[in-house]
Design a protein around this ligand. Structure first.
Ligand code: 5GP
Ligand code: MG
Length: 183
């Protein structure tokens, strides 16, 4: 068990993701969009979102990481690229959470440069700060460092079915407990 307090419950997320899926289905009718999930954080959101989309579409994933030291330029390293040509495709980048927006700005430009017909961004969460990019679709706004529903803290908590607030101090006891058992 953990003691991560709930910020957005399983039911609230379900309802929100369902509405986003329906909105995208209306906006992209006849466009056969390609959903591009940004690994790893978006994998749960992507799976639920796609099951709420009721128009023909396809999906792929990309994995990227920021080059250390040059974050301000928004340069990212591509660790896993798309497996298909995206020329003339309508792309929807699926992200877990938008913070500075530097990663998404870079990705959007990259996919536009590859000849996509359009590139839009959906993010489940948006931090209430100034971003380099505005999402076209957004689920929730938050200020805290959150985990769960795909989002991690040092690779943990991705499997929580809800979105919770991570407080390192409060988690120390739990983490020690887990280590104790594993040791
Ligand atoms: P950006 O390029 O927008 O600054 O970076 C966004 C990325 O930072 C997200 O995809 C996510 O990996 C990470 N991130 C930002 N805020 C949070 C947060 O509150 N919780 C978690 N788990 N990751 C975050
Ligand atoms: Mg991410």
């Amino acid at each position: 068990m953990n003691n991560i307090p709930i910020l957005f419950s399983k039911e609230e997320i379900e309802d929100c993701v369902h509405k986003l899926g329906k909105e995208i289905s209306r906006d992209y009718l006849g466009k056969n969009p390609l959903f591009v999930g940004v690994l790893k954080g978006s994998f749960v959101f992507m799976a639920d979102l796609l099951r709420s989309v009721d128009i023909p579409c396809s999906m792929d994933f990309m994995a990227v990481s920021s080059y250390s030291g040059v974050k301000s330029t928004g340069s990212v390293k591509i660790n896993k690229d798309l497996s298909e040509d995206i020329a003339s495709r309508h792309i929807i980048i699926v992200e877990d959470i938008l913070d500075s927006g530097l990663t998404l700005t870079y990705l959007k430009r990259l996919l536009q440069a590859r000849g996509a017909a359009s590139v839009k961004v959906i993010t489940l969460l948006e931090k209430e700060v100034d971003h380099a990019i505005k999402p076209d679709y957004c689920g929730f706004r938050c200020n805290d460092f959150v985990v769960g529903y795909g989002l991690d803290y040092n690779e943990r908590y991705r499997n929580l079915p809800y979105i919770g607030v991570f407080n390192p101090e409060a988690q120390k006891e739990t983490l020690n407990g887990v280590n104790g058992i594993l040791d």
